[in-house]
Design a protein around this ligand. Structure first.
Ligand SMILES: [Zn+2]
Ligand SMILES: [Zn+2]
Length: 329
């Protein structure tokens, strides 16, 4: 029988009345531990499979790639290769039949309905054309793919269940309920980027596309809700013009300090201003950013568009009338 009191005990009040086993008394309540573990899974998605492997927005040394691969296992999602393929198709064919979670089919479909039914034939046909050679050749991805089920079982289910039981003497029921609850919440926050951030919000960078700037989704997804910007500049490691409500970027900046993350791409203020002035809906408060690791000037921007077309198909200015598009082609 489901014990709502058990869930409340973990989510609402500390487990101070429980006999601690490894930690006596509990060093911290259950809530921070559950929150941190959920954050770890979230960062595996945002910093790892999204910004690193899908978009190559920065380069990561091998220890960081292993760390992100394990973090991604905590999230309990698909293999890295399948995630990257779906995401690159999403960016290249945003809101068409070839988009796996086409938001034009409604909130529910974009949120989770797309995982509950057979994919549109265009998703298969276009997905098969996506170049994944850069990801497939990564030894860390190969290791993760080989051990996918084992890593997912251990880090998504076993470890988060054992921690409450052996660290502060939680009951097995509460530990399992907490693990499942964390998983359900985390996966829904990931899905919000595909649903809410494609339907609700502003378009300061390009009003011709549906992805929006959505602060609430950003707050809940560690910075992935600045989605209008991200669909215009998918190669920007911040996935946003700024670092506000963007914990993933703050996280990555710490690895820049120790040299594990490098070659980070970021749009220059001039480029952002030009794009926003040309195509934005007028809601952009200013044109500029505070800090850049590797500013991308306009000419470089055009080269990146061309490279992405050739290598991965990741490119979002799907606007044939745009003069930059014609110069690239
Ligand atoms: Zn999107
Ligand atoms: Zn993306």
């Amino acid at each position: 029988m489901f014990r709502t009191d058990a869930l409340l005990q973990v989510c609402v009040r500390p487990t101070v009345n429980k006999p601690a086993k490894l930690l006596q008394p509990p060093v911290v309540g259950a809530q921070p531990v559950v929150y941190v573990y959920a954050q770890i899974g979230g960062l595996g998605v945002t910093a790892g499979v999204h910004r690193l492997w899908s978009h190559r927005a920065y380069k990561a040394r091998r220890p960081l790639r292993y760390l992100l691969a394990v973090f991604f296992s905590v999230a309990g999602q698909n293999t890295i290769l399948n995630w990257v393929r779906d995401h690159r198709v999403h960016h290249k064919f945003t809101e068409t039949d070839a988009d796996p979670h086409n938001a034009k089919r409604g909130f529910f479909f974009a949120h989770c309905g797309w995982l509950l039914q057979r994919k549109h034939p265009d998703v298969y046909s276009q997905g098969a054309k996506v170049d994944l050679s850069d990801v497939e050749s990564d030894p860390v991805v190969q290791w993760h793919t080989r051990n996918f089920r084992l890593l997912k079982f251990i880090f998504c289910l076993v470890v988060p269940t054992l921690i409450p039981v052996y660290c502060w003497g939680e009951t097995w029921t509460i530990a399992v309920v907490t693990c499942v609850t964390r998983l359900v919440i985390l996966i829904n926050l990931t899905w919000l980027v595909n649903s809410a951030a494609h339907l609700y919000g502003t378009h300061p960078y390009d009003k011709r596309i549906n992805p929006t700037e959505n602060a609430l989704v950003s707050a809940l997804s560690n910075g992935e809700g600045w989605h209008n910007y991200h669909h215009i500049f998918p190669w920007d490691y911040k996935a946003s013009e700024h670092k506000y409500l963007n914990f993933t970027t703050v996280f990555l900046d710490q690895f820049v300090r120790i040299g594990w993350a490098y070659d980070l791409k970021s749009a220059s203020p001039d480029l952002v201003a030009r794009v926003a002035l040309r195509h934005g809906d007028g809601s952009h408060p200013k044109h500029g950013v505070e800090e850049h690791f590797q500013e991308v000037p306009y000419d470089e921007y055009l080269r990146i568009l061309k490279d992405d077309d050739e290598l991965t198909g990741v490119r979002d200015l799907h606007n044939a009338e745009d003069p930059t598009r014609q110069r690239v082609a």
